[in-house]
Design a protein around this ligand. Structure first.
Ligand code: HEM
Length: 556
Protein backbone atom coordinates (compact mmCIF):
# COMPACT_ATOMS: atom_id res chain seq x y z
CA UNK A 1 0.00 0.00 0.00
CA UNK A 2 2.68 2.45 1.07
CA UNK A 3 4.77 1.45 -2.00
CA UNK A 4 1.80 2.25 -4.26
CA UNK A 5 1.37 5.60 -2.53
CA UNK A 6 5.06 6.40 -2.98
CA UNK A 7 4.83 5.48 -6.69
CA UNK A 8 1.78 7.71 -7.09
CA UNK A 9 3.60 10.63 -5.45
CA UNK A 10 6.60 10.16 -7.75
CA UNK A 11 4.30 9.89 -10.77
CA UNK A 12 2.46 13.08 -9.77
CA UNK A 13 5.79 14.81 -9.29
CA UNK A 14 7.01 13.79 -12.76
CA UNK A 15 3.71 14.85 -14.37
CA UNK A 16 3.89 18.21 -12.60
CA UNK A 17 7.42 18.94 -13.72
CA UNK A 18 7.20 17.49 -17.22
CA UNK A 19 3.73 18.58 -18.25
CA UNK A 20 2.12 21.15 -16.01
CA UNK A 21 5.15 23.15 -14.89
CA UNK A 22 6.77 22.94 -18.25
CA UNK A 23 9.83 24.95 -19.07
CA UNK A 24 9.16 28.68 -19.39
CA UNK A 25 11.34 28.54 -22.51
CA UNK A 26 9.80 25.33 -23.91
CA UNK A 27 9.27 26.82 -27.37
CA UNK A 28 12.64 28.57 -27.66
CA UNK A 29 14.94 26.42 -29.81
CA UNK A 30 18.06 24.86 -28.33
CA UNK A 31 20.18 21.70 -28.25
CA UNK A 32 19.39 18.57 -26.22
CA UNK A 33 21.42 18.17 -23.05
CA UNK A 34 23.44 15.00 -22.49
CA UNK A 35 23.71 15.38 -18.70
CA UNK A 36 20.80 15.90 -16.28
CA UNK A 37 23.17 16.76 -13.42
CA UNK A 38 25.23 19.43 -15.16
CA UNK A 39 23.11 20.30 -18.19
CA UNK A 40 25.06 22.04 -20.93
CA UNK A 41 27.83 23.19 -18.56
CA UNK A 42 29.71 19.97 -19.35
CA UNK A 43 29.86 20.82 -23.09
CA UNK A 44 30.91 24.40 -22.37
CA UNK A 45 33.77 23.37 -20.09
CA UNK A 46 34.99 20.24 -21.82
CA UNK A 47 35.03 21.12 -25.49
CA UNK A 48 37.62 23.68 -26.62
CA UNK A 49 36.48 27.07 -25.33
CA UNK A 50 33.55 28.55 -27.19
CA UNK A 51 33.11 25.67 -29.65
CA UNK A 52 29.71 24.57 -28.28
CA UNK A 53 28.44 28.13 -27.90
CA UNK A 54 29.45 28.99 -31.49
CA UNK A 55 27.74 25.86 -32.81
CA UNK A 56 24.58 26.75 -30.92
CA UNK A 57 24.66 30.37 -32.10
CA UNK A 58 25.13 29.20 -35.73
CA UNK A 59 22.28 26.73 -35.47
CA UNK A 60 19.74 28.48 -33.23
CA UNK A 61 20.58 32.19 -33.38
CA UNK A 62 21.29 34.71 -30.65
CA UNK A 63 18.86 33.31 -28.05
CA UNK A 64 19.32 29.62 -27.24
CA UNK A 65 17.41 27.47 -24.76
CA UNK A 66 19.88 25.51 -22.60
CA UNK A 67 19.67 23.23 -19.61
CA UNK A 68 21.41 24.26 -16.42
CA UNK A 69 22.36 21.85 -13.62
CA UNK A 70 19.64 19.55 -12.25
CA UNK A 71 17.24 20.24 -15.09
CA UNK A 72 17.06 24.00 -14.49
CA UNK A 73 16.28 26.22 -17.44
CA UNK A 74 18.73 28.74 -18.90
CA UNK A 75 19.07 31.00 -21.91
CA UNK A 76 22.29 31.60 -23.77
CA UNK A 77 22.15 35.16 -25.08
CA UNK A 78 24.32 36.82 -27.71
CA UNK A 79 21.80 39.41 -28.87
CA UNK A 80 23.38 42.87 -28.29
CA UNK A 81 20.15 44.60 -27.24
CA UNK A 82 19.30 41.93 -24.67
CA UNK A 83 22.89 42.00 -23.36
CA UNK A 84 22.81 45.78 -23.18
CA UNK A 85 19.60 45.54 -21.15
CA UNK A 86 21.01 42.96 -18.71
CA UNK A 87 24.40 44.60 -18.20
CA UNK A 88 23.66 48.29 -18.61
CA UNK A 89 20.00 49.11 -18.03
CA UNK A 90 18.99 47.18 -14.95
CA UNK A 91 21.28 48.27 -12.11
CA UNK A 92 21.77 45.22 -9.85
CA UNK A 93 18.66 43.27 -10.94
CA UNK A 94 20.83 40.79 -12.84
CA UNK A 95 23.47 39.49 -10.45
CA UNK A 96 26.42 37.20 -10.84
CA UNK A 97 25.32 33.59 -10.54
CA UNK A 98 26.09 31.97 -7.18
CA UNK A 99 28.77 29.69 -8.68
CA UNK A 100 30.60 32.65 -10.32
CA UNK A 101 30.42 34.60 -7.06
CA UNK A 102 31.95 31.69 -5.16
CA UNK A 103 34.66 31.37 -7.77
CA UNK A 104 35.51 35.04 -7.20
CA UNK A 105 35.59 34.53 -3.42
CA UNK A 106 37.88 31.51 -3.75
CA UNK A 107 40.30 33.24 -6.10
CA UNK A 108 40.34 36.74 -4.64
CA UNK A 109 38.30 37.07 -1.45
CA UNK A 110 35.33 39.32 -0.76
CA UNK A 111 36.48 42.08 -3.10
CA UNK A 112 34.95 43.82 -6.09
CA UNK A 113 34.48 40.73 -8.25
CA UNK A 114 32.57 38.99 -5.42
CA UNK A 115 30.50 41.90 -4.07
CA UNK A 116 26.96 42.75 -5.13
CA UNK A 117 24.50 45.62 -4.73
CA UNK A 118 25.45 48.41 -2.29
CA UNK A 119 28.70 46.73 -1.21
CA UNK A 120 29.78 46.51 -4.84
CA UNK A 121 28.76 50.12 -5.48
CA UNK A 122 30.85 51.35 -2.52
CA UNK A 123 33.92 49.29 -3.43
CA UNK A 124 33.75 50.27 -7.09
CA UNK A 125 33.34 53.99 -6.32
CA UNK A 126 36.57 53.93 -4.31
CA UNK A 127 38.50 51.98 -6.92
CA UNK A 128 37.34 53.92 -9.98
CA UNK A 129 39.62 56.98 -9.51
CA UNK A 130 42.65 54.78 -10.18
CA UNK A 131 41.31 53.53 -13.52
CA UNK A 132 40.19 56.64 -15.42
CA UNK A 133 41.67 57.79 -18.75
CA UNK A 134 43.97 60.43 -17.14
CA UNK A 135 45.43 57.89 -14.71
CA UNK A 136 46.16 55.38 -17.48
CA UNK A 137 48.95 57.53 -18.90
CA UNK A 138 50.88 57.28 -15.61
CA UNK A 139 51.07 53.52 -16.07
CA UNK A 140 52.74 53.65 -19.49
CA UNK A 141 56.33 54.08 -18.17
CA UNK A 142 55.83 51.11 -15.84
CA UNK A 143 54.68 48.93 -18.74
CA UNK A 144 57.56 50.07 -20.93
CA UNK A 145 59.91 49.36 -18.06
CA UNK A 146 58.80 45.73 -17.90
CA UNK A 147 58.68 45.26 -21.67
CA UNK A 148 61.62 47.01 -23.19
CA UNK A 149 65.25 46.27 -23.90
CA UNK A 150 68.04 47.57 -21.70
CA UNK A 151 68.37 50.74 -23.73
CA UNK A 152 65.30 52.12 -22.02
CA UNK A 153 65.29 54.37 -18.99
CA UNK A 154 64.39 51.89 -16.29
CA UNK A 155 66.75 49.52 -14.60
CA UNK A 156 64.63 46.49 -13.69
CA UNK A 157 64.86 43.28 -15.69
CA UNK A 158 62.80 43.49 -18.85
CA UNK A 159 61.19 40.92 -21.06
CA UNK A 160 62.84 41.89 -24.34
CA UNK A 161 66.22 41.97 -22.63
CA UNK A 162 65.74 38.45 -21.29
CA UNK A 163 64.63 37.14 -24.67
CA UNK A 164 67.58 38.84 -26.36
CA UNK A 165 69.90 37.01 -23.92
CA UNK A 166 68.20 33.68 -24.62
CA UNK A 167 68.36 34.08 -28.40
CA UNK A 168 71.94 35.40 -28.41
CA UNK A 169 73.21 32.30 -26.62
CA UNK A 170 71.32 29.93 -28.91
CA UNK A 171 73.48 28.55 -31.80
CA UNK A 172 70.84 29.42 -34.42
CA UNK A 173 69.88 32.70 -32.73
CA UNK A 174 66.32 31.40 -32.52
CA UNK A 175 64.34 29.46 -29.92
CA UNK A 176 60.90 27.98 -29.39
CA UNK A 177 59.55 29.77 -26.33
CA UNK A 178 56.44 29.08 -24.30
CA UNK A 179 54.90 32.49 -24.99
CA UNK A 180 52.08 31.92 -22.51
CA UNK A 181 54.56 31.56 -19.65
CA UNK A 182 56.49 34.71 -20.60
CA UNK A 183 53.47 36.91 -21.15
CA UNK A 184 52.18 35.81 -17.74
CA UNK A 185 55.47 36.80 -16.14
CA UNK A 186 55.35 40.14 -17.93
CA UNK A 187 51.73 40.80 -16.96
CA UNK A 188 52.43 39.99 -13.31
CA UNK A 189 55.43 42.30 -13.14
CA UNK A 190 53.65 45.09 -15.07
CA UNK A 191 50.68 44.81 -12.71
CA UNK A 192 52.92 44.70 -9.65
CA UNK A 193 54.72 47.87 -10.72
CA UNK A 194 51.76 49.91 -11.98
CA UNK A 195 49.15 48.78 -9.49
CA UNK A 196 51.20 48.38 -6.31
CA UNK A 197 54.68 49.77 -6.93
CA UNK A 198 55.79 46.24 -6.04
CA UNK A 199 58.22 43.87 -7.75
CA UNK A 200 56.86 40.36 -8.22
CA UNK A 201 60.18 39.49 -9.85
CA UNK A 202 58.45 37.17 -12.32
CA UNK A 203 60.58 38.10 -15.37
CA UNK A 204 63.83 37.71 -13.46
CA UNK A 205 62.77 34.16 -12.71
CA UNK A 206 65.40 32.87 -10.30
CA UNK A 207 64.79 35.39 -7.54
CA UNK A 208 61.06 35.91 -8.15
CA UNK A 209 58.81 36.38 -5.10
CA UNK A 210 56.82 33.45 -3.69
CA UNK A 211 53.58 35.24 -4.57
CA UNK A 212 54.71 35.70 -8.16
CA UNK A 213 55.48 31.99 -8.45
CA UNK A 214 52.20 30.95 -6.83
CA UNK A 215 50.13 33.06 -9.21
CA UNK A 216 51.79 31.68 -12.33
CA UNK A 217 49.35 29.24 -13.92
CA UNK A 218 47.11 29.26 -10.83
CA UNK A 219 43.88 28.89 -12.81
CA UNK A 220 45.15 26.05 -14.98
CA UNK A 221 46.41 24.18 -11.92
CA UNK A 222 43.22 24.74 -9.91
CA UNK A 223 40.56 24.52 -12.60
CA UNK A 224 42.08 23.28 -15.87
CA UNK A 225 39.31 21.11 -17.38
CA UNK A 226 37.21 21.18 -14.19
CA UNK A 227 35.99 17.76 -13.11
CA UNK A 228 32.31 16.98 -12.70
CA UNK A 229 32.82 17.21 -8.91
CA UNK A 230 34.28 20.73 -9.21
CA UNK A 231 31.48 21.96 -11.46
CA UNK A 232 28.89 20.32 -9.25
CA UNK A 233 30.48 21.71 -6.10
CA UNK A 234 30.15 25.25 -7.44
CA UNK A 235 26.61 24.69 -8.74
CA UNK A 236 25.43 23.39 -5.35
CA UNK A 237 25.57 27.00 -4.19
CA UNK A 238 22.12 27.45 -5.69
CA UNK A 239 20.62 24.95 -3.34
CA UNK A 240 22.71 24.93 -0.14
CA UNK A 241 23.23 27.94 2.18
CA UNK A 242 26.35 29.77 1.08
CA UNK A 243 28.01 29.70 4.54
CA UNK A 244 28.01 25.89 4.50
CA UNK A 245 29.37 25.73 0.96
CA UNK A 246 32.05 28.33 1.69
CA UNK A 247 33.19 26.35 4.75
CA UNK A 248 33.30 23.23 2.59
CA UNK A 249 35.36 24.86 -0.17
CA UNK A 250 37.70 26.50 2.34
CA UNK A 251 38.63 23.02 3.55
CA UNK A 252 38.58 21.24 0.21
CA UNK A 253 42.07 19.88 -0.63
CA UNK A 254 41.37 20.42 -4.36
CA UNK A 255 41.69 24.14 -3.69
CA UNK A 256 44.95 23.81 -1.71
CA UNK A 257 46.82 26.11 -4.09
CA UNK A 258 44.08 28.77 -3.89
CA UNK A 259 44.19 28.61 -0.08
CA UNK A 260 47.96 29.06 -0.10
CA UNK A 261 47.68 31.97 -2.56
CA UNK A 262 45.07 33.57 -0.26
CA UNK A 263 47.44 33.34 2.75
CA UNK A 264 50.50 34.73 0.98
CA UNK A 265 48.52 37.39 -0.91
CA UNK A 266 46.89 38.62 2.30
CA UNK A 267 50.27 38.92 4.05
CA UNK A 268 51.70 40.81 1.06
CA UNK A 269 48.58 43.00 0.94
CA UNK A 270 48.91 43.85 4.64
CA UNK A 271 52.53 44.87 4.09
CA UNK A 272 51.64 46.97 1.02
CA UNK A 273 48.76 48.74 2.78
CA UNK A 274 50.87 49.76 5.74
CA UNK A 275 53.55 51.14 3.37
CA UNK A 276 51.00 53.03 1.24
CA UNK A 277 49.14 54.40 4.27
CA UNK A 278 52.38 55.73 5.75
CA UNK A 279 53.36 57.32 2.42
CA UNK A 280 49.92 58.93 1.97
CA UNK A 281 49.98 60.27 5.56
CA UNK A 282 53.34 61.88 4.81
CA UNK A 283 51.88 63.37 1.62
CA UNK A 284 54.26 61.30 -0.52
CA UNK A 285 51.54 60.57 -3.04
CA UNK A 286 52.56 58.00 -5.58
CA UNK A 287 50.63 57.33 -8.78
CA UNK A 288 50.21 53.57 -8.53
CA UNK A 289 46.66 52.16 -8.29
CA UNK A 290 46.95 51.15 -4.64
CA UNK A 291 48.25 54.53 -3.46
CA UNK A 292 45.31 56.22 -5.23
CA UNK A 293 42.89 53.75 -3.62
CA UNK A 294 44.36 54.15 -0.13
CA UNK A 295 44.16 57.94 -0.46
CA UNK A 296 40.56 57.83 -1.77
CA UNK A 297 39.68 55.60 1.18
CA UNK A 298 41.30 57.95 3.72
CA UNK A 299 39.56 60.94 2.11
CA UNK A 300 36.11 59.28 2.07
CA UNK A 301 33.74 61.51 4.04
CA UNK A 302 31.83 58.96 6.10
CA UNK A 303 33.17 55.72 7.62
CA UNK A 304 30.33 53.88 5.81
CA UNK A 305 31.76 54.96 2.47
CA UNK A 306 35.18 53.45 3.23
CA UNK A 307 36.61 50.02 2.56
CA UNK A 308 37.29 47.83 5.57
CA UNK A 309 40.80 46.50 6.02
CA UNK A 310 39.68 43.09 4.77
CA UNK A 311 38.14 44.71 1.69
CA UNK A 312 41.40 46.49 0.86
CA UNK A 313 43.31 43.21 1.07
CA UNK A 314 40.67 41.68 -1.19
CA UNK A 315 41.07 44.62 -3.62
CA UNK A 316 44.74 43.78 -4.01
CA UNK A 317 43.95 40.12 -4.56
CA UNK A 318 41.21 40.88 -7.06
CA UNK A 319 43.45 43.17 -9.08
CA UNK A 320 46.19 40.56 -9.25
CA UNK A 321 43.77 37.81 -10.11
CA UNK A 322 41.57 39.68 -12.58
CA UNK A 323 44.41 41.65 -14.09
CA UNK A 324 47.29 39.39 -15.02
CA UNK A 325 46.39 36.05 -16.57
CA UNK A 326 43.64 37.64 -18.67
CA UNK A 327 46.03 40.21 -20.14
CA UNK A 328 48.76 37.61 -20.60
CA UNK A 329 46.42 35.26 -22.48
CA UNK A 330 45.25 38.04 -24.77
CA UNK A 331 48.84 38.86 -25.65
CA UNK A 332 49.66 35.20 -26.26
CA UNK A 333 46.75 34.78 -28.65
CA UNK A 334 47.66 37.95 -30.54
CA UNK A 335 51.19 36.63 -31.08
CA UNK A 336 49.73 33.27 -32.11
CA UNK A 337 47.61 34.95 -34.79
CA UNK A 338 50.57 37.05 -35.97
CA UNK A 339 52.70 33.90 -36.21
CA UNK A 340 49.98 32.23 -38.29
CA UNK A 341 49.59 35.30 -40.51
CA UNK A 342 53.18 36.27 -41.47
CA UNK A 343 52.01 38.88 -44.01
CA UNK A 344 49.98 40.65 -41.38
CA UNK A 345 52.91 40.43 -38.95
CA UNK A 346 55.17 42.09 -41.49
CA UNK A 347 52.70 44.89 -42.16
CA UNK A 348 52.10 45.58 -38.48
CA UNK A 349 55.85 45.55 -37.84
CA UNK A 350 56.35 48.05 -40.67
CA UNK A 351 53.89 50.34 -38.90
CA UNK A 352 55.74 49.87 -35.59
CA UNK A 353 59.09 50.61 -37.22
CA UNK A 354 57.63 53.67 -38.90
CA UNK A 355 56.64 54.94 -35.48
CA UNK A 356 60.02 54.07 -33.97
CA UNK A 357 61.76 56.00 -36.75
CA UNK A 358 59.63 59.01 -35.85
CA UNK A 359 60.49 58.64 -32.15
CA UNK A 360 64.23 58.28 -32.64
CA UNK A 361 64.38 61.23 -35.01
CA UNK A 362 63.07 63.73 -32.51
CA UNK A 363 65.44 65.64 -30.23
CA UNK A 364 63.42 65.55 -27.04
CA UNK A 365 61.73 62.61 -25.27
CA UNK A 366 61.98 59.54 -27.49
CA UNK A 367 59.54 57.47 -25.41
CA UNK A 368 56.28 56.59 -27.07
CA UNK A 369 53.10 58.28 -25.77
CA UNK A 370 49.59 56.86 -25.45
CA UNK A 371 48.41 58.97 -28.38
CA UNK A 372 51.24 57.63 -30.53
CA UNK A 373 50.35 54.05 -29.61
CA UNK A 374 46.73 54.80 -30.49
CA UNK A 375 47.66 56.37 -33.81
CA UNK A 376 48.87 53.14 -35.47
CA UNK A 377 45.79 51.93 -37.31
CA UNK A 378 46.68 48.37 -38.35
CA UNK A 379 48.48 47.76 -35.06
CA UNK A 380 45.36 48.73 -33.10
CA UNK A 381 43.07 46.85 -35.45
CA UNK A 382 45.15 43.75 -34.65
CA UNK A 383 44.83 44.39 -30.90
CA UNK A 384 41.04 44.74 -31.22
CA UNK A 385 40.76 41.67 -33.42
CA UNK A 386 42.84 39.63 -30.97
CA UNK A 387 40.59 40.71 -28.11
CA UNK A 388 37.51 39.91 -30.20
CA UNK A 389 38.62 36.54 -31.48
CA UNK A 390 40.10 35.10 -28.27
CA UNK A 391 38.32 36.66 -25.28
CA UNK A 392 39.93 35.41 -22.05
CA UNK A 393 36.57 35.49 -20.19
CA UNK A 394 34.50 33.29 -22.50
CA UNK A 395 31.21 33.61 -20.63
CA UNK A 396 29.42 35.50 -17.89
CA UNK A 397 26.47 34.03 -16.01
CA UNK A 398 23.81 36.32 -14.54
CA UNK A 399 20.71 35.47 -12.49
CA UNK A 400 17.70 37.76 -12.32
CA UNK A 401 16.45 38.90 -8.90
CA UNK A 402 13.16 40.13 -10.42
CA UNK A 403 10.83 39.23 -13.27
CA UNK A 404 12.07 41.02 -16.37
CA UNK A 405 11.55 41.41 -20.11
CA UNK A 406 14.54 41.06 -22.45
CA UNK A 407 14.29 43.22 -25.60
CA UNK A 408 15.80 41.76 -28.78
CA UNK A 409 17.55 43.55 -31.62
CA UNK A 410 16.50 40.79 -34.01
CA UNK A 411 13.22 38.89 -33.49
CA UNK A 412 13.41 35.11 -32.97
CA UNK A 413 11.06 32.40 -34.24
CA UNK A 414 9.84 29.84 -31.68
CA UNK A 415 9.44 26.11 -32.40
CA UNK A 416 5.71 26.80 -32.80
CA UNK A 417 6.31 29.49 -35.43
CA UNK A 418 5.61 32.50 -33.22
CA UNK A 419 7.85 35.56 -33.75
CA UNK A 420 9.14 37.11 -30.52
CA UNK A 421 10.51 40.65 -30.27
CA UNK A 422 11.15 40.31 -26.54
CA UNK A 423 11.29 37.50 -23.99
CA UNK A 424 9.68 37.52 -20.56
CA UNK A 425 11.81 35.89 -17.85
CA UNK A 426 10.88 35.19 -14.26
CA UNK A 427 12.89 35.92 -11.12
CA UNK A 428 15.65 33.34 -10.66
CA UNK A 429 16.33 32.86 -14.39
CA UNK A 430 19.98 32.37 -15.26
CA UNK A 431 21.33 33.75 -18.49
CA UNK A 432 24.65 32.73 -20.02
CA UNK A 433 26.14 35.74 -21.78
CA UNK A 434 28.52 33.94 -24.13
CA UNK A 435 31.32 36.37 -24.90
CA UNK A 436 33.00 33.80 -27.14
CA UNK A 437 29.88 33.59 -29.35
CA UNK A 438 28.78 37.25 -29.11
CA UNK A 439 32.24 38.37 -30.30
CA UNK A 440 31.70 36.28 -33.44
CA UNK A 441 28.04 37.18 -33.91
CA UNK A 442 27.74 37.98 -37.65
CA UNK A 443 24.92 40.45 -36.94
CA UNK A 444 27.38 42.58 -34.98
CA UNK A 445 30.80 41.93 -36.49
CA UNK A 446 29.93 41.14 -40.08
CA UNK A 447 29.41 38.04 -42.23
CA UNK A 448 33.08 37.10 -41.84
CA UNK A 449 32.88 37.27 -38.02
CA UNK A 450 34.20 33.71 -37.71
CA UNK A 451 37.46 34.66 -39.46
CA UNK A 452 40.45 36.42 -37.86
CA UNK A 453 40.67 39.60 -39.91
CA UNK A 454 41.94 42.86 -38.35
CA UNK A 455 40.94 44.72 -41.54
CA UNK A 456 37.33 44.68 -40.33
CA UNK A 457 38.25 47.43 -37.86
CA UNK A 458 39.43 49.64 -40.72
CA UNK A 459 36.07 49.51 -42.51
CA UNK A 460 33.95 52.66 -42.23
CA UNK A 461 30.97 50.83 -40.70
CA UNK A 462 31.52 47.72 -38.66
CA UNK A 463 28.09 46.72 -37.39
CA UNK A 464 26.09 45.19 -40.22
CA UNK A 465 22.59 45.34 -38.84
CA UNK A 466 21.14 46.36 -35.51
CA UNK A 467 23.54 49.12 -34.51
CA UNK A 468 22.95 47.98 -30.91
CA UNK A 469 26.07 48.45 -28.83
CA UNK A 470 27.08 46.37 -25.85
CA UNK A 471 30.72 46.35 -24.74
CA UNK A 472 32.71 49.04 -22.94
CA UNK A 473 35.56 48.71 -25.49
CA UNK A 474 35.02 48.53 -29.25
CA UNK A 475 31.56 47.05 -28.70
CA UNK A 476 33.25 43.78 -27.73
CA UNK A 477 31.97 41.51 -24.97
CA UNK A 478 35.58 40.96 -23.90
CA UNK A 479 35.58 43.52 -21.06
CA UNK A 480 31.82 43.26 -20.43
CA UNK A 481 29.77 46.42 -19.92
CA UNK A 482 27.90 48.53 -17.38
CA UNK A 483 28.30 48.67 -13.61
CA UNK A 484 30.34 45.46 -13.52
CA UNK A 485 32.41 46.05 -16.61
CA UNK A 486 36.13 45.37 -16.34
CA UNK A 487 37.50 48.18 -14.22
CA UNK A 488 40.96 47.64 -15.69
CA UNK A 489 40.16 47.67 -19.42
CA UNK A 490 42.18 50.82 -20.18
CA UNK A 491 45.03 49.47 -18.11
CA UNK A 492 44.88 46.15 -20.01
CA UNK A 493 44.69 47.68 -23.49
CA UNK A 494 47.62 49.99 -22.79
CA UNK A 495 49.64 47.14 -21.34
CA UNK A 496 48.94 44.99 -24.40
CA UNK A 497 49.81 47.83 -26.79
CA UNK A 498 53.08 48.52 -24.97
CA UNK A 499 54.35 44.95 -24.95
CA UNK A 500 53.20 44.21 -28.48
CA UNK A 501 54.99 47.32 -29.71
CA UNK A 502 58.28 46.36 -28.05
CA UNK A 503 58.03 42.72 -29.13
CA UNK A 504 57.35 43.51 -32.78
CA UNK A 505 60.16 46.02 -32.78
CA UNK A 506 62.65 43.41 -31.64
CA UNK A 507 61.44 39.95 -32.63
CA UNK A 508 59.72 37.82 -35.25
CA UNK A 509 57.22 35.10 -34.39
CA UNK A 510 56.80 31.88 -36.35
CA UNK A 511 54.38 28.96 -36.14
CA UNK A 512 55.94 25.62 -35.12
CA UNK A 513 54.93 22.01 -35.76
CA UNK A 514 52.91 22.22 -32.54
CA UNK A 515 50.98 25.36 -33.44
CA UNK A 516 48.06 23.39 -34.88
CA UNK A 517 47.79 21.49 -31.59
CA UNK A 518 47.22 24.60 -29.50
CA UNK A 519 43.71 24.54 -28.00
CA UNK A 520 41.55 27.04 -26.19
CA UNK A 521 40.80 25.43 -22.82
CA UNK A 522 38.31 26.69 -20.24
CA UNK A 523 39.82 26.85 -16.76
CA UNK A 524 37.02 29.33 -15.96
CA UNK A 525 39.16 31.81 -17.83
CA UNK A 526 40.26 30.66 -21.28
CA UNK A 527 43.86 29.50 -21.50
CA UNK A 528 45.98 28.25 -24.42
CA UNK A 529 47.10 24.65 -23.97
CA UNK A 530 48.56 21.82 -26.06
CA UNK A 531 46.07 19.15 -27.09
CA UNK A 532 48.15 16.26 -25.78
CA UNK A 533 49.37 18.03 -22.64
CA UNK A 534 46.33 19.74 -21.17
CA UNK A 535 47.47 18.82 -17.66
CA UNK A 536 50.56 21.02 -18.08
CA UNK A 537 48.41 24.15 -18.17
CA UNK A 538 49.04 27.23 -20.30
CA UNK A 539 51.30 26.53 -23.27
CA UNK A 540 51.82 28.51 -26.45
CA UNK A 541 55.01 27.33 -28.17
CA UNK A 542 56.10 29.76 -30.89
CA UNK A 543 59.47 30.14 -32.58
CA UNK A 544 61.03 33.50 -31.79
CA UNK A 545 63.95 35.05 -33.67
CA UNK A 546 65.43 38.51 -33.87
CA UNK A 547 63.60 40.85 -36.20
CA UNK A 548 65.44 41.00 -39.52
CA UNK A 549 68.73 42.89 -39.26
CA UNK A 550 68.32 44.45 -42.71
CA UNK A 551 65.06 46.02 -41.62
CA UNK A 552 66.64 47.17 -38.38
CA UNK A 553 69.42 48.85 -40.35
CA UNK A 554 66.82 50.68 -42.32
CA UNK A 555 65.56 52.07 -39.01
CA UNK A 556 68.82 53.80 -38.16
C1 HEM B 1 42.66 41.49 -21.46
C2 HEM B 1 42.57 41.66 -20.17
C3 HEM B 1 41.29 41.63 -19.40
C4 HEM B 1 40.08 41.10 -19.73
C5 HEM B 1 39.69 40.38 -21.01
C6 HEM B 1 39.17 41.36 -18.63
C7 HEM B 1 37.83 41.01 -18.63
C8 HEM B 1 36.96 41.25 -17.58
C9 HEM B 1 35.57 40.90 -17.57
C10 HEM B 1 34.81 40.22 -18.71
C11 HEM B 1 35.06 41.28 -16.39
C12 HEM B 1 33.61 41.09 -15.91
C13 HEM B 1 33.45 39.71 -15.32
C14 HEM B 1 32.05 39.47 -14.82
O1 HEM B 1 31.33 40.40 -14.49
O2 HEM B 1 31.66 38.29 -14.73
C15 HEM B 1 36.13 41.86 -15.62
C16 HEM B 1 36.01 42.35 -14.36
C17 HEM B 1 37.05 42.90 -13.65
N1 HEM B 1 38.31 43.15 -14.11
FE1 HEM B 1 39.06 42.71 -15.92
N2 HEM B 1 39.85 42.01 -17.66
C18 HEM B 1 41.15 42.22 -18.09
C19 HEM B 1 42.15 42.89 -17.43
C20 HEM B 1 42.01 43.49 -16.20
C21 HEM B 1 43.01 44.28 -15.55
C22 HEM B 1 44.38 44.60 -16.13
C23 HEM B 1 42.50 44.63 -14.33
C24 HEM B 1 43.11 45.44 -13.24
C25 HEM B 1 44.29 45.98 -13.24
C26 HEM B 1 41.16 44.06 -14.23
C27 HEM B 1 40.34 44.17 -13.14
C28 HEM B 1 39.04 43.73 -13.10
C29 HEM B 1 38.18 43.84 -11.92
C30 HEM B 1 38.58 44.41 -10.58
C31 HEM B 1 36.93 43.32 -12.27
C32 HEM B 1 35.68 43.23 -11.41
C33 HEM B 1 34.81 44.45 -11.73
C34 HEM B 1 33.49 44.47 -11.01
O3 HEM B 1 32.92 43.41 -10.73
O4 HEM B 1 33.00 45.59 -10.75
N3 HEM B 1 40.90 43.39 -15.39
N4 HEM B 1 37.28 41.85 -16.38
Amino acid sequence: MSATLALLVIFAFVIYYKLIKRSPFWNIPGPKSSSYILGHAWDMFHKPTGVSELEWQDKYGSVVHLKGPFGTEQLMITDPKALYHIFQETDYIWRKSSSRKELSRLTSGRGLAWADGDIHKRQRKLMMPAFGAPEAKHYLPYFTACAATASHLYSNVQLCERWSDILSTSPEQTEVLNIAEWTTRFALDALGQAAFDYDFGAIKDEEGSELGKLYQGMMAKSFGMPSMATLLGLELFRFIPSRIMEFWNDHDPRYKLLHRVAQVATTTAQHLISMKSAAVSENKNKKDVMSILVKANMDAKSPNARLTEEEIWASIRVLIFAGHETTANSLSWMLYELARHPDLQQRVRAEVWGMQRKLTSRDTDTNITMQELESMSLFNATVKEGLRFHPPNPLMARTSTEDDVLPLSKPIRTTTGEVLHEIGVSKGTTVIASVAAYNRNPDVFGKDASVFNPERWLRPKLAESSGASFGVYANLGTFSAGIRSCIGWRFAVLEIQTLLYELLLNFEFHATAETDDIRRVTAFIMIPALKAELQKGSQMPLRVSFASRADQEELK
